[in-house]
Ligand binder design. Sequence first.
Ligand code: ADP
Length: 582
Amino acid sequence: MEAHRISSTKPVQSLKPTKKIPLEEDTGKASDALPLPLYLTNALFFTLFFSVVYFLLSRWREKIRTSTPLHVVTFSEIIAILSFFASFIYLLGFFGIDFVQSLVFQPSPDVWIAEEEDDEVLLAKEEARKVPCGQALDCSLPPLPPAAPIVTVQKVFDEKPVTVLTEEDEEIIKSVVAGTTPSYSLESKLGDCKRAAAIRREALQRLTGKSLSGLPLDGFDYESILGQCCEMPVGYVQIPVGIAGPLLVNGREYSVPMATTEGCLVASTNRGCKAIHLSGGATSVLLKDGMTRAPCVRFGTAKRAADLKLYLEDPDNFETLSVVFNRSSRFGRLQGIKCAIAGKNLYIRFTCSTGDAMGMNMVSKGVQNVLDFLQTDFPDMDVIGISGNYCSDKKPAAVNWIEGRGKSVVCEATIKGDVVRKVLKTSVESLVELNMLKNLTGSAMAGALGGFNAHASNIVAAIYIATGQDPAQNVESSHCITMMEAVNDGKDLHISVTMPSIEVGTVGGGTQLASQSACLNLLGVKGASKETPGANSRTLATIVASAVLAGELSLMSAISAGQLVRSHMKYNRSSKDVSKAT
Ligand code: ADP
């Protein structure tokens, strides 16, 4: 059988089964304790073994001839016996294991076993192939034949488990490249998400002529994202997670996970956490908790649009509408409806609580129920779209800044004067002045919308990525006004951040993925709160705001002390020659 060795950077090449790849030991050292080349130690112990065997046998023969008892041994015989055991143990250890293995595991003559492949990994892969991907699979499609014995190896990343592509895979790769098998259908056709990703990746490399080496494929559970988090995967991007903290907020300490590639960010937030901690901690208060969705509906006249607006905003109709809305979920509870008219078009902004979910799906389902219900009394209502941008999701919009979206939080701390001096290396006075001129006046001059802060989005984005939030919602989740004031006769600093639209959840979306779930677990807010639905996501929002407070404190201090450029040069402009990094 012909075999292929596929590298992630090169097209597939035919390779004949070749002689055994030299084991690392063949050219390595015997051990740290015996730093000789292996061939020398092997020769040494071989010689020793046969020499002492010869010596002991000749001594034995001599004793028999002279009728000397066998247990009477001379010093040289003791040395010879010890050398015999030492060399025997060495040779057994070195060659014995391979010999036993070769007896137990008889290689199939037509299989090219990859030396680098770990047996357990191979077994796991074979097992995984038998398991269907889950409910999103299209079971009507006949599954492709199971993978044949392993004939090829793709070494994707470092020394870690490698992806195995089979001859059947090779045929599928060719058909994806030729366009006869759609890339998106691989998961449902194969019933193996990992294999689908490996095949798609190889096909993509061939189609584009570009290498994906460096983008890892192995070490990720592709089943967990199927039909939920990402389509047509070819690998995953690695983002380091740093920890800032302990962050003391509302009397509890949190270690805050931040996924970022921006040098300085975690260190700076960590410094802010320290200043807060030394000053007695922060207080974070949740003001509002309601996700929004605003469909756009159109009528023949502005009068009819106004009729619906009046109907929806009439308190007498709220109960009926909420019963209809709340049917969508155990957790979605309608809180209010706010309408905006543009001529004949009506934008209806529904707000509802969503338990521990960020809630976009939940609120959309409730809205759909209400629209279906309204169609009876307003048959002339034309639903233009379930989202009419008055929600407003993932776009900077005053409606979120003013009305709030998701969780609205205010967080404060009073930082002691000596902490400002010793930890933050600045003064209360210069911080207050900088905040006024930068975060308030400067942002006003720039016509900012919710951007009255130094870098809230830095902290929000890093925590969102680490904890499986929707990073696109960073747009409005980072709306923040940072206030600073000298208190206690000008000795101490009062700092607050007010963030009206933090959109977070601890169930649904990316929160259930292994890495993200681990980060939520670290914060003690993983999954649904058993005692009070919604408590976990609300706590997460207060942590986000408090971490932003820490980030604001530290960056503002660095700017006021003139440290910003210096520290960025230190942490962001590493002098390390990355091309030589191992
Ligand atoms: P989102 O609405 O944020 O997009 P999902 O659509 O995944 O998230 O909804 C969350 C799912 O989790 C729903 O099916 C809901 O019934 C379920 N769920 C279980 N426990 C909770 C909880 N405590 N809070 C909110 N949803 C929960």
